[in-house]
Write a protein that binds this ligand. Structure first.
Ligand code: AGP
Length: 610
């Protein structure tokens, strides 16, 4: 949700900021802007639309704009429509500010400032923070005092990058519940919403904690804690490479990330098993805790929640522990029934999703042992959980999650084996065999689906012509149907619904008419006949059926118009090849419709607001 970049150093900040914003654009892309020091004052250039729009404005209206210090922002609108005025940075004579998050008491602050004679020009919550700091600076004439006093007043979540008109070359950064890093390169210092924005310049990163303030100048970054005491922080050297953050010849990040899945699965499983699967554990997830656990609560959002559904299937099957999968934004407000011995699992690619973070905090307050399954190292959810299991997907840039989902599912599958082992339901031999399937067989079979995607491409051309589609499946396949439906919706804008195959006839089948596309997923061998009956029920009412099907399942000839056979993997793991098939189907369908695949409308990659 919104991307922030800031630079102060010895090079021209303008191209560095615009370039950094392009790397952050996946976080929000309805408007953008930059502020730089020029001729002793702050110049702000901002506009509605993609970064390119603002870049054009900079080049046309401010040719030769040069400065060695500035901040930039790419927005996902919360308060106020995408417009030039509502874009960040918000700038007064004294202050320029970029913000990621939501200021909950902005209306109150706004009315106080109006009473003091301030005039607001935007509809944003952010302008309230900017003007508040401006007014406090007029009173204190001290930059840090103004910021600290404002933070005591502001409620909500924020990452702020702040510059003062009378302090050229200096950027202040503070955060609470929204991500922010600092970084130092040979030619200057940075703030950014995430590492990918600075990778071209440096790998030396400082992850900021809530309450800390950073003060950046061309040669240094200094930090102080919430009380204002100086603290020394050690940099981390990130393992991420530029290649991971680039398209590397693929038309879209989504396609690249779909193709990266075999390696991502191998890396994830390898990092978990070390020498022996039974040594795979999150810190604190002891054998006693596993034996005593009666219930597991999984909370997550969107695709991560769908991975949770797959995890539920495997944990209940392999460890015989009941699992509730909750949408994180519901979990925190539903007064969940929990027992002190229950285990809580938060799943999140970004590790920053506000709803998932809030659910995790609630679980911790309730005394539960918490585990995070997270892809981004050092993210808030990873830091706050009692134990963290990192997935090894590498950076996921496309808004539509693909590789993060498959590695989340694999991680939960592995967790189910561990839980089963400690509950006496799995032997080491069985577990080792399952791990071999994941590290050797699954990547090969996924590669087979990737190599043979022409059939999927041709089916997608037909799907692309429709506006309403149904996905159906039973058991694990109904969880896959949920994810397949979300994937198609979010990037192709085709309305689709996912149904448990047996449920359709209890109402929804009334929507099926001549030509309605129904996509059935069948990887669950034992239930194939039941699903085929449900397919027939819809076919009899005119549905046009496509089946994504385990190659070992024989489908009756008259049942469907299109079949995508996917390679079989033992032990219920065929869901992985079926997943890659429906991801490709969504991708090609969206491409066919000319959609902006990596940046679908209204969305942002990391949802750091409630
Ligand atoms: C996936 O394609 C989505 N764009 C979205 O549902 C995402 O999975 C969700 O917002 C959760 O994000 P997280 O994994 O970073 O917590």
């Amino acid at each position: 949700m919104c991307g922030i970049i800031g630079y102060t150093g010895r090079k021209n900040a303008v191209p560095i900021l615009l370039d950094g914003l392009k790397a952050l654009e996946y976080r929000g892309y309805d408007s953008s802007g930059i502020s730089v020091f020029q001729d002793g004052r702050i110049t702000t250039v901002k506009s509605k639309g993609r970064i390119e729009e603002n870049e054009k404005k900079v080049n046309n209206e401010y040719p030769g704009l040069y400065s060695t210090c500035g901040t930039g922002h790419t927005r996902w609108a919360t308060h106020g429509e995408p417009s030039d005025i509502n874009s960040h940075p918000h700038t007064t004579e004294n202050v320029s500010l970029v913000h990621n998050g939501i200021i909950e008491n902005y209306a109150e602050i706004r009315s106080e400032l109006c009473n003091k004679g301030y005039t607001f020009i935007s509809e944003t919550d952010t302008e309230a923070a900017c003007l508040l700091i401006d007014s406090l600076y007029r009173e204190s004439h001290d930059h840090l005092t103004a910021i600290k006093t404002a933070l005591r007043r502001i409620k909500g979540s924020y990452a702020f990058g702040i510059m003062f008109g009378d302090n050229p070359g200096k950027i202040y950064a503070v955060k609470k519940d929204s991500p922010l890093i600092c970084a130092v390169s040979e030619h200057g210092a940075f703030i950014a919403s995430d590492i990918t924005a600075v990778l071209k310049h440096t790998r030396e990163i400082y992850i900021m904690n809530d309450g800390e303030t950073a003060e950046l100048s061309a040669d240094s970054v200094t930090f102080c804690d919430a009380e204002g005491k100086h603290i020394s922080k050690s940099p981390e050297i990130t393992e991420l490479s530029m290649e991971q953050a680039e398209k590397s010849g693929f038309a879209h990040f989504m396609l690249k990330e779909i193709h990266e899945q075999p390696q991502a699965i191998k890396r994830t499983v390898a990092s978990l098993i070390l020498n022996d699967i039974t040594s795979y554990t999150a810190p604190g997830l002891t054998a006693d805790r596993i034996k005593n656990c009666r219930h597991i609560h999984i909370a997550a959002c969107g695709t991560a929640m769908h991975a949770g559904l797959v995890g539920k299937y495997f944990i209940e099957k392999n460890a015989r522990i009941g699992v509730n999968v909750e949408i994180a934004s519901e979990f925190r407000y539903k007064n969940p029934v929990i027992d002190k011995d229950d285990i809580f699992i938060a799943i999140s690619q970004s590790g920053e999703t506000a709803d998932t973070l809030a659910a995790l905090r609630l679980a911790k307050e309730s005394g539960l042992f918490t585990i995070a399954v997270v892809n981004v190292k050092g993210s808030a959810i990873a830091r706050e959980a009692d134990g963290v299991i990192y997935t090894q997907a590498g950076p996921e840039i496309a808004v539509a999650s693909t590789k993060a989902y498959t590695v989340q599912c694999c991680t939960l599958f592995m967790l189910s084996l561990l839980l089963g082992y400690h509950r006496g339901l799995m032997t080491k031999d069985v577990i080792n065999e399952r791990c071999r399937l994941l590290t050797d067989t699954a990547p090969q079979k996924i590669n087979d689906v990737l190599k043979d995607s022409d059939k999927i491409l041709s089916i997608s051309k037909k799907i692309a012509e429709h506006e309403n589609i149904f996905f159906i499946g039973r058991c694990i396949d109904s969880s896959l149907a949920c994810e397949a439906s979300l994937k198609l919706k979010e990037i192709s804008y085709i309305h689709s619904e996912a149904y448990m195959a047996g449920e359709l006839k209890h109402g929804t089948i009334s929507l099926i008419k001549e030509g309605t596309p129904v996509i059935a997923i069948i990887t669950e061998n034992t239930l194939s006949e039941k699903t085929i009956s449900n397919i027939k029920e819809t076919a009899s009412r005119g549905a046009d059926i496509t089946v994504i099907c385990d190659e070992r399942i024989i489908l009756p000839k008259d049942v469907c118009s299109n079949i995508i056979y996917v390679p079989h993997i033992d032990s219920g793991l065929t869901f992985l090849t079926a997943t890659v098939a429906f991801q490709l189907l969504a991708y090609h369908t969206a491409n066919e419709r000319g959609c902006d695949i990596d940046k679908p409308r209204n969305l942002a990659k990391s949802v750091t607001v409630e």
